[in-house]
Design a protein around this ligand. Structure first.
Ligand SMILES: *[C@@H]1O[C@H](CO)[C@@H](O)[C@H](O)[C@H]1NC(C)=O
Ligand SMILES: *[C@@H]1O[C@H](CO)[C@@H](O)[C@H](O)[C@H]1NC(C)=O
Ligand SMILES: *[C@@H]1O[C@H](CO)[C@@H](O)[C@H](O)[C@H]1NC(C)=O
Ligand SMILES: *[C@@H]1O[C@H](CO)[C@@H](O)[C@H](O)[C@H]1NC(C)=O
Ligand SMILES: *[C@@H]1O[C@H](CO)[C@@H](O)[C@H](O)[C@H]1NC(C)=O
Ligand SMILES: CC(=O)N[C@H]1CO[C@H](CO)[C@@H](O)[C@@H]1O
Length: 278
């Protein structure tokens, strides 16, 4: 009776193996949030010709080996963690459902033709470290709650049509090392939390802010604002008014004098004429 031992071992091993398989999730389980995220992104873009293999079937399991070649998508631990969709001629708005890609660390949609505003829902991406939306046609304002993404290292929004002020809250992002909002339509004073950062926080120079007509304050020039240009216009107006006043006064004076002289001359002549000759 020595044979049962190995048999028992084998059956024990088989049992535990089966148990493990039942308890652990399958190797590539699809994630409903990622599916929702990709489906809605795909729907909101109006030119998806360059999004190779982006279709309903692949969205259900974007991180499986079979659909490994989903354009621009990188996975980690079976979740979408990087979207690199630059230079793809994408148009249309950025879907707010982007926030369902909850493990996203890097979002690069740069150099496309995206329109609309920066979705405020980006604030829900708690792991977001890199945000590059540069060289698009985005308008609207920079959402202040972006400061909720505490891991943000990079905010690159250059070359868009973004309006409004720079939210001072963004200065709270301790890891922010690249900040570029050049070439937009931003206005108002650069908050010192961003323009003149204190302590060891990475500093941003002029190149981060240039090309925004109505933006002013350090490190851009001083009050290059509307207030000053209004003053200049008033000064020019007052100055030219004064000059024309002096000029017309002089002309009138000269004219009056010449008239007076003429009269005096006539008078003198008459007098001379009427003078009795001795
Ligand atoms: C989706 O793309 C995958 C990968 O290219 C392909 O195998 C599949 O047939 C496509 N499905 C549809 C519905 O187009
Ligand atoms: C932007 O994308 C276009 C193609 O759409 C490409 O020709 C150009 O080189 C890209 N620019 C940069 C700075 O990557
Ligand atoms: C953002 O994208 C643009 C265009 O693709 C690229 O030139 C730039 O270097 C990127 N910004 C950062 C901070 O990597
Ligand atoms: C920048 O900050 C420093 C220290 O907080 C301060 O002394 C300085 O006046 C500030 N510069 C400007 C231009 O605001
Ligand atoms: C501004 O800083 C960037 C790096 O953040 C650097 O490449 C660039 O040369 C600096 N520009 C000026 C004018 O100092
Ligand atoms: C499952 C899930 O997180 N759904 C969210 C996807 O994004 C939209 C827009 O932000 C939310 O409304 C959903 O709750």
């Amino acid at each position: 009776m020595r044979t049962p031992l190995p048999n028992m071992r084998i059956s024990h091993f088989l049992l535990s193996f089966l148990l493990t398989c039942a308890i652990l999730p399958p190797l590539s389980s699809p994630h409903p949030n990622d599916e929702s995220c990709l489906t809605h992104l795909h729907q909101s873009f109006t030119n998806t010709i360059n999004l190779h293999n982006w279709n309903k079937t692949t969205f259900t399991n974007p991180c499986s080996d079979l659909t490994f070649n989903l354009a621009g998508i990188t996975c980690n631990n079976n979740r979408v963690y990087k979207l690199s969709l630059q230079n793809l001629n994408l148009a249309g708005p950025i879907s707010p459902f982007i926030s369902n890609c909850t493990n996203l660390q890097s979002l690069d949609l740069s150099n496309n033709s995206l329109t609309g505003h920066i979705p405020i829902e980006l604030q829900l991406l708690q792991n977001l470290a890199i945000l590059n939306l540069s060289s698009n046609l985005l308008s609207g304002t920079i959402p202040p709650p972006l400061s909720m993404c505490t891991y943000l290292n990079v905010i690159d929004l250059h070359n868009n049509a973004i309006t409004g002020p720079i939210p001072p809250q963004l200065g709270m992002l301790a890891r922010l090392s690249v900040f570029d909002v050049s070439g937009n339509k931003l206005s108002g004073m650069i908050p010192s939390s961003i323009g003149n950062r204190s302590g060891n926080l990475p500093k941003f120079n002029v190149s981060s802010f240039v090309g925004n007509k109505d933006l002013y304050g350090y490190p851009l020039g001083g009050m290059r604002s509307k207030g000053l240009s209004v003053l200049v216009i008033v000064a020019i107006g007052l100055g030219s008014g004064l000059v024309s006043l002096v000029l017309s006064f002089t002309v009138v004076c000269v004219w009056l004098r010449s008239v007076e002289k003429k009269r005096d001359g006539e008078h003198d002549g008459k007098i001379t004429h009427m003078m009795p000759e001795y």
